[in-house]
Design a protein around this ligand. Structure first.
Ligand code: HEC
Length: 186
């Protein structure tokens, strides 16, 4: 009897976990060819620039001494170090293939273009209230920045990869190491 109850309970747990997974799963949004910077109205880009300043996007998305918005800035969390991503329109290492819909979803819901959830180190919960008009302006601003190729290297293996999370403590994987490795890759 007890065994039955236990099995029943386990079954419920599995169902619950599957349910949560289904809720957490988000679809990927199709990649696009990076839009031409010239296609965005000047006023919209200017508005986006002001919003980017107000949202401190550069503070988190620029490594010490690194190219603006190319990412690689490390933030210590209780679980490890989260590195910001490249939000310049480079098609491979940045957000060049993100449609406006994908960008808007990231801003509003903290979900990346591929459907994966972003670490809450990206303060999307502060951005959820940003209006669609503001997201449009931010998108125009970022898509008209110069694209920067930016790979972060895993400081433990030295292998180039796209990563935003490392368990190596911040001080032991300084930004300059990331950048030094970077120039070797490029
Ligand atoms: C407090 C630091 C912080 C601020 C401020 C910040 N971000 Fe981020 N952002 C992050 C981190 C960290 C990630 C990576 C999260 C992850 O990979 O899970 C990220 C991810 C993103 C992504 C997803 C990119 C990708 O390749 O997956 C976009 C888009 C983005 N940020 C845009 C912005 C914009 C626009 C602003 C300003 C309005 C901004 N961020 C301000 C920390 C920040």
């Amino acid at each position: 009897m007890l065994k039955r109850i236990a099995i029943g309970f386990l079954g419920l747990c599995v169902l619950g976990a599957l349910g949560l997974l289904a809720l957490a799963w988000r679809s990927s949004i199709a990649p696009i060819d990076p839009p031409a910077a010239a296609g965005f109205p000047r006023e919209l880009i200017a508005k986006g620039e002001a919003l980017a300043g107000a949202g401190y996007c550069a503070t988190c998305h620029t490594a010490n001494g690194g190219a603006p918005y190319a990412g690689g800035y490390g933030m210590a969390t209780p679980f490890g170090v989260v590195y910001s991503t490249n939000i310049t329109p480079d098609p491979e290492t940045g957000i060049g293939r993100w449609s406006e819909a994908a960008f808007a979803r990231a801003m509003h819901e903290g979900v990346a273009r591929d459907g994966s959830h972003l670490f809450p180190a990206f303060p999307f919960d502060h951005f959820t209230t940003v209006t669609d008009e503001d997201v449009k302006a931010l998108y125009a601003y970022f898509m008209s920045r110069p694209p920067v190729v930016m790979f972060l290297l895993s400081c433990s293996s030295g292998v180039g990869q796209q990563f935003t999370f490392s368990t190596v403590p911040l001080g032991q994987c300084p930004d300059w190491t990331l950048k030094a490795n970077l120039s070797r890759v490029l």
